[in-house]
Design a protein around this ligand. Structure first.
Ligand SMILES: [Zn+2]
Length: 248
C-alpha cells in the first residue's frame, strides 16, 4: 500500500512531526481484526476522551520503545499506516519517533496544528492500565521511540525522542520527574509504588512489560536505572534550553 500522507507537518525542537491524528468518530471496521484487539466492529477506534478527568491536560510523559522495521526508512510512517489499517491491535500512541522524524497519531495539545489545539490532549492505549482514572492511559502522553537498528540510527532516534519529550514537558509545564517509563505504569498497576520515581521507572516485574527496553539496554535493574537516568539527563538538557528560550 502507498505511503500515507500527513494532514500537517510541523517542527518540535528541531524534529519534523507529521501529524496524522486519528479522527474523532473513527470506528473499527474489520470484525476479525477488532476481535483480536478485544473490540467489535463499530466500536470507537480510540478512547476519544480528553486526558486527566476530561481536562485535556497531561500530567506525565511516558516513554516506550518499539522495534525498528527492517528495510524501512520512515518507520513512523509504517507504524502509523499499520495503525490506520487496524493492524496495531489496541495500541494507540501520541507519537512514533525514529531517526528521521516523528508521526503523531493522537491529540497532544501541542497547538501546532488545527487538529491538535491547546487543551485537547487525549487518552491513548499504551500503558496497559485500561481506564484507571489515575493510570498512564488516562493521564499521560506517549512516545514510542523506534530503536534496535544500527548504533547511529538508535542514537538519533533516542535524541529525537528526548527532544520531543522535553518540548512536551515544557509545553505542559511539567517538571522532569513527570517523565516516566511504560514500566512505571506496570508497577503502578501491580500496586508497587516507590518514592523514588526512577526506581519505579526501572523496577522489573516478572512476566510484565519491560519498556523502554532499548533505552534500558539491559534486563539488569541497576544498569537499566543508570541508562534511564542518562536519558533523563538528555531530556533535562533540552528542557532547560526550552525554558531559557521562553525566557528570552
Ligand atoms: Zn511500552
Amino acid at each position: 500500500m502507498a505511503q500515507i500522507k500527513p494532514n500537517n507537518t510541523y517542527k518540535i525542537n528541531g524534529v519534523t512531526v507529521n501529524e496524522k491524528i486519528i479522527p474523532d468518530g473513527t470506528r473499527w471496521k474489520n470484525s476479525s481484526k477488532a476481535a483480536k484487539a478485544g473490540f467489535r466492529a463499530g466500536a470507537l477506534y480510540k478512547k476519544q476522551k480528553k486526558l486527566t478527568n476530561n481536562t485535556g491536560k497531561p500530567l506525565w510523559v511516558t516513554i516506550h520503545n518499539t522495534d525498528d522495521i527492517k528495510n524501512v526508512r520512515d518507520d513512523g510512517e509504517q507504524y502509523t499506516r499499520a495503525t490506520y489499517n487496524e493492524n496495531m491491535k489496541s495500541a494507540r500512541v501520541h507519537f512514533f519517533v525514529d531517526d528521521i522524524c516523528a508521526w503523531q497519531n493522537l491529540k497532544a495539545g501541542t497547538g501546532k496544528s488545527k487538529n491538535d489545539r491547546e487543551g485537547s490532549a487525549e487518552a491513548g492505549w499504551h500503558a496497559g492500565d485500561s481506564s484507571v482514572t489515575s493510570g498512564g492511559n488516562l493521564t499521560s502522553l506517549s512516545i514510542e521511540i523506534i530503536m534496535n537498528d544500527t548504533k547511529a540510527h538508535d542514537r538519533k532516534a533516542r535524541d529525537n525522542g528526548a527532544r520531543i519529550a522535553a518540548w512536551l514537558l515544557w509545553k505542559h509545564g511539567l517538571p522532569i520527574d513527570r517523565l516516566v517509563t511504560h514500566t512505571y505504569w506496570v508497577n503502578n498497576s501491580a500496586g508497587k509504588t516507590f518514592s523514588d520515581v526512577d526506581r519505579q521507572c526501572t523496577n522489573p516485574i516478572a512476566g510484565k512489560k519491560w519498556c523502554p527496553a532499548y533505552i534500558f539496554g539491559s534486563s539488569n535493574q541497576k544498569k537499566a536505572l543508570r541508562r534511564w537516568k542518562k536519558f533523563k539527563k538528555l531530556v533535562q538538557k533540552y528542557l532547560d534550553s526550552e525554558i531559557a528560550k521562553a525566557g528570552e
